[in-house]
Design a protein around this ligand. Structure first.
Ligand SMILES: CC(C)(COP(=O)(O)OP(=O)(O)OC[C@H]1O[C@@H](n2cnc3c(N)ncnc32)[C@H](O)[C@@H]1OP(=O)(O)O)[C@@H](O)C(=O)NCCC(=O)NCCS
Length: 197
């Protein structure tokens, strides 16, 4: 009797709520590991052995689209990350062929941002056919604010407490913390800064 009541009053309504929000499918999918976070209007497509999207606790993630393919590709989002995108103006994080996109705690993303660990088509040297544009990880350390319409390409790294200006194209590593980088390609325009929500 008590089990019936539990199922009827608690478990079934809870599963219904999760299902209505599209979360049930996500939670049951071993390729997406979701902490205690709020996600809305996201689209995740994961294939390949060991490929996984991992989202920490305390995040508010709206309008994130992720495409992962090839084995061991990962998008790892830390704790308290905010993504303020939407279905019509999504922010995209694509990781392929064993590469990772690692987003540190407390990062903030606007809409229409693109992160891609690959160029999708190989470029090679004519002589020996050696590939010159292999896929590489993208790493944003903690507390990085990414302005709208920014593009972040393979191999990029941004150090903590930094800002990437709107419409920038990041294609290299910035090891200095507390900087603003802007432009195409992105360069440091200010040092010794910090920001808050
Ligand atoms: C990066 C940003 C925060 C810098 O603001 P700021 O510190 O006030 O910078 P300034 O306006 O003093 O600009 C300094 C210089 O950088 C240039 N600059 C500023 N933002 C730039 C950008 N996004 N791309 C290229 N150059 C930029 C300015 O033209 C100026 O150049 P100058 O010295 O040759 O005149 C701001 O310009 C920006 O891009 N904000 C993004 C806002 C956003 O995406 N919000 C989404 C909400 S989540």
């Amino acid at each position: 009797m008590q089990i019936k009541l539990f199922l009827k009053r608690i478990l079934y309504p809870l599963l219904n709520i999760l299902d209505n929000k599209g979360l049930l499918k996500l939670l049951m999918h071993h390729s997406v590991v979701l902490g205690l976070s709020r996600i809305k209007g996201c689209r995740f497509s994961v294939s390949g052995n060991g490929s996984r999207i991992i989202i920490g606790d305390g995040c508010v993630i709206k309008g994130l689209n992720c495409l992962l393919f090839g084995d061991d590709s990962q998008v790892i989002i830390g704790n308290n990350v905010h993504i303020n995108a939407s279905k019509h103006f999504p922010t995209v994080m694509n990781a392929v062929n064993g590469t990772k996109i690692i987003i540190g705690d407390e990062c903030l993303f606007s809409n229409s941002i693109e992160l891609h660990t690959t160029d999708y088509h190989p470029i090679y040297e004519i002589g020996d056919g050696k590939a010159i544009n292999n896929a590489k990880d993208i790493v944003l350390d903690s507390h990085v604010w990414v302005g709208f319409r920014t593009i972040i390409l393979k191999g990029s790294h941004i150090s903590s407490d930094s800002v990437i200006g709107a419409g920038s194209l990041v294609a290299s590593s910035f090891e200095e913390k507390n900087i603003i980088v802007c432009g195409i390609p992105a360069k440091i325009i200010k040092s010794g800064i910090n920001w808050h929500l």
